[in-house]
Design a protein around this ligand. Sequence first.
Ligand code: AMP
Length: 360
Amino acid sequence: MALRNQFMRAYPLRSYSSSCRRQRHVPFTIFRDVAGLREVRRPMFQPPNKVGFVPTMGALHEGHLSLVRHALNENNHVFVSIFVNPTQFGVNEDLDSYPKTWASDLEKLKTLQDEHLQSNTGGRDSRIQGIFAPSVKTMYPVLPPSSEIDGDGSFVTITPLSNWLEGASRPVFFRGVATVCMKLFNIVQPDRVYFGQKDVQQSVLIRRMVKDFHIPTQVRVIETSRESDGLAMSSRNVYLGERRRADVAILSKALFAARSTYDSGETSAQAIRQAAWRVFDELRHAGQWQANSCKLEVDYIALSGPDDMATFDDAAHVDPKEGAILSAAMKVFPVDHPANDEERGQISVRLIDNVLLSAK
Ligand code: AMP
């Protein structure tokens, strides 16, 4: 089936009757191109319509779904994009192996939509209007997308925010994120956009872009969804495999320990960060961190201002009126003694997480 210049099913903008609400799997449109989405979007500019937009790279999990739920609760029309954006992956990163689970993504969104329509007893018939799943050529219509630091193309760069923390390890990452979000916002023109606290530097970057470029949208940041042991949900967690998965909750445990230290009245940046390091130090061995099945490498544990992510030095104190963000990144190496094909094929996985030290 040709993917471009078509959308698979179009449904008119209208209110759904109660019988329709009981229907299983109320369908939504899959948009592959810009024109089709814009045609459906156009009548939604009429008040009191509000459009919410959730950009994703697919491989959907509960964290993504919580963003969609918030969008459905706060707008009457919702669009979700599923697009693995090549320009935010460095040349040696996992673009080719990034998990793609299209059929189950659609199933999850349909189930969420059904649950929402059945539970929505209010007057608003909010629903997912469509999934935007463009080709790379649609999103990068002129030059092929470049992941090179000095590559050609039309890019949005936001500095110095893009250079530190995650940007220090992934030099093209935030340029790619800002660029694709600018494109997506121009296409969907949403009233509200939804991002996860899990990627805190990304959400700060998007707020900055919206402000600096006068983009008429409101940025909503939704709290991190976690597994029962505290691990932040992430599409990349599937790379871990069973044994490494059991080792990695240490990252959130360290952050939670530091947050408790702050909550008990400590404001010294050094003391708060040390509370996180102490959790790791139990595993320190000859300059590395040896977990049960694999080695871990902590990239950073950083305390930053909530609005600009500028990092505090050890002599600084958190202003309890402002609060702060404690963020961390950790590399998880393949298991030390692989016991099966999955373990023999493992790659290193980089995990990130953060907690808010709330303003009091
Ligand atoms: P991704 O598909 O990884 O690009 O993520 C799409 C959106 O989902 C981003 O705004 C992420 O911050 C958000 N997200 C990813 N994981 C989580 C999570 N565990 N909890 C809340 N939001 C998340």
